[in-house]
Design a protein around this ligand. Structure first.
Ligand code: PAF
Length: 282
């Protein structure tokens, strides 16, 4: 695997691949790779001739400086995982390489980027669009792979890609879970052992709510999930929204949308660590 640090090096590697008529898959990441990322990379390797994985802790998408500061940084281990998955190119640039000047572009895709995470993390999706649009422009991938754990992020990136006329296919990949149901996330490593023991209760409540929802309203199901999780000392729900999976707008009755997803953010522990997850009702 070739590890590139500059856009020039990256594009030189890609020019060879393109000249040979090869297809290119892109997996954007912020590093601290785990089995969830590995599943995206393996899928890209299966479906493309060349897979590029970017490892860049993008400062413009962090609205909380503490969150950026404590985000795990594990470049050597990340490269070992990528080698093992069969990726051909890693792109691990510096902040100066990506943002020699501040990125003043402003992306706005209401309501997709305004609800849920968008309402609680001002500027977050703008930062995601800044970096992902740069990567799409530099790499020109045929396909780009994103984990469905960040359900809302995929919806925002789809809007951005359509808006800017990128011709690639966006491939959403299923959430990978630990054996106890906790959705894999780079932030899980920040949990203490006692916090880690509480975290699976989030998905447990979401799964139980699917059964509860069969005989209760949307509002009652939201209440059920929130009170069940808040009853666990050390967990505190920031929001639970049951939304139309396409528009991401809240629904009031189950028959209001063809596909329905419940999206949750929970604070876990003292620091606290912010964990997100979702479940599909239909
Ligand atoms: O999902 C992530 O890890 C990041 O938001 C992404 C897409 C790599 C952009 O920095």
């Amino acid at each position: 695997m070739k590890v590139t640090k500059t856009i020039k090096e990256l594009q030189a590697c890609l020019a060879e691949a393109r000249a040979a008529g090869k297809t290119v898959g892109l997996v954007p990441t912020m590093g601290a790779l785990h089995a969830g990322h590995a599943s995206l990379v393996r899928r890209s390797v299966d479906e493309n001739d060349v897979t590029v994985v970017s490892i860049f802790l993008n400062p413009t998408q962090f609205n909380d400086a503490r969150d950026l500061e404590r985000y795990p940084r594990t470049l050597d281990a990340d490269c070992a995982i990528l080698e093992d998955c069969g990726a051909q190119i890693a792109f691990a640039p510096s902040v100066e390489e990506i943002y020699p000047e501040p990125d003043t572009r402003h992306f706005s895709y209401p309501p997709t980027d305004e609800v849920m995470e968008g309402a609680r993390r001002p500027g977050h999706f703008n930062g995601v669009c800044q970096i992902v649009s740069k990567l799409f422009a530099w790499v020109e991938p045929d396909q780009a792979y994103f984990g469905e754990k960040d359900f809302q992020q995929i919806a925002v990136i789809r809007r951005m890609a359509a808006d800017l006329g990128f011709k690639l296919k966006i491939v959403p990949c299923p959430v990978v879970r630990e054996a106890d149901g906790l959705a894999m996330s780079s932030r899980n490593t920040l949990l203490s052992p006692s916090e880690r023991a509480l975290a699976p209760r989030i998905y447990e409540a979401l799964v139980a709510s699917r059964y509860f929802a069969q005989s209760h309203s949307v509002a009652q199901t939201i209440q059920y999930v929130v009170s069940r999780i808040n009853a666990v000392e050390g967990l505190c729900v920031e929001y639970y929204s049951i939304v139309d999976a396409d528009s991401l707008l809240d629904i009031r009755s189950w028959d209001e949308a063809a596909s329905v997803v419940g999206c949750i953010t929970v604070y876990c522990g003292e620091k606290p660590i912010r964990l997100i997850d979702h479940i599909r009702y239909k």
